[in-house]
Design a protein around this ligand. Structure first.
Ligand SMILES: [Zn+2]
Length: 202
């Protein structure tokens, strides 16, 4: 069958649910790499179910687990996929994006001066007015009180010590940290793929 026909067949699937937008957000599909590791942790690699079904018809992915909810086309009923795996391995990027979330994750959601997990903000180690740049190597997680105390000074001038020298983390390093900080919502069939190493330790 031609690709266009397959895509058209995939597009014929309709959920019995009256509200398609609600359904779309309620049944996302977790996408695993060909080695069954998640493509990325943050943001999690998630596709809308329509995209997942299209990929199944194009034989680009295998279904690993499914939701109970079904979708229907004129010729076929199928359960919505909750976890799929790519057939072809995608090389993960070595370095993660420089985002607020990833920065907090690198620092394990703790102030790098006092270790507090509360009221977290970002601090330029070398202040901007002294030429400090907004980079992985110069931005750290700091709690609001430490940020206030440090003010526009360097840690040395303020008499404050960093727990760790800030570095640009690799994706692998962030993934190690990420397992300790799960996203708020995970479908139960996703957990095995995200936390397999933690479960082995228990
Ligand atoms: Zn602090």
């Amino acid at each position: 069958m031609f690709k266009a026909d397959l895509i058209e067949r995939a597009a014929q699937f309709r959920s019995a649910d009256e509200d398609p937008t609600r359904n779309l957000s309620a049944c996302p599909t977790l996408v695993l790499n060909a080695d069954y590791t998640p493509l990325s942790y943050y943001p999690l690699s998630i596709w809308p179910w329509q995209t997942a079904i299209k990929a199944i018809f194009l034989e680009r992915v295998d279904v690993v687990a499914s939701y109970e909810r079904q979708v229907h086309s004129p010729s076929l009923d199928m359960k919505l996929p909750s976890v799929i795996a790519l057939r072809q391995f995608v090389k993960p990027s070595e370095f993660p994006a420089f985002t607020r979330f990833n920065l907090f994750l690198r620092d394990r959601f703790t102030c790098q001066y006092c270790g507090s997990p509360s009221h977290l903000t970002f601090d330029h180690v070398v202040p901007r007015r002294l030429g400090g740049k907004t980079t992985w190597e110069n931005i750290i997680t700091a709690c609001a009180p430490c940020n206030m105390k440090k003010g526009g000074r360097t840690p040395k001038q303020a008499g404050m010590k960093l727990m760790l020298e800030p570095i640009r983390p690799t994706s692998w390093q962030l993934q190690q940290h990420g397992r300790a900080f799960p996203p708020n919502y995970l479908h139960e069939t996703w957990r095995d793929w995200l936390y397999w190493d933690i479960e082995l330790e228990e």
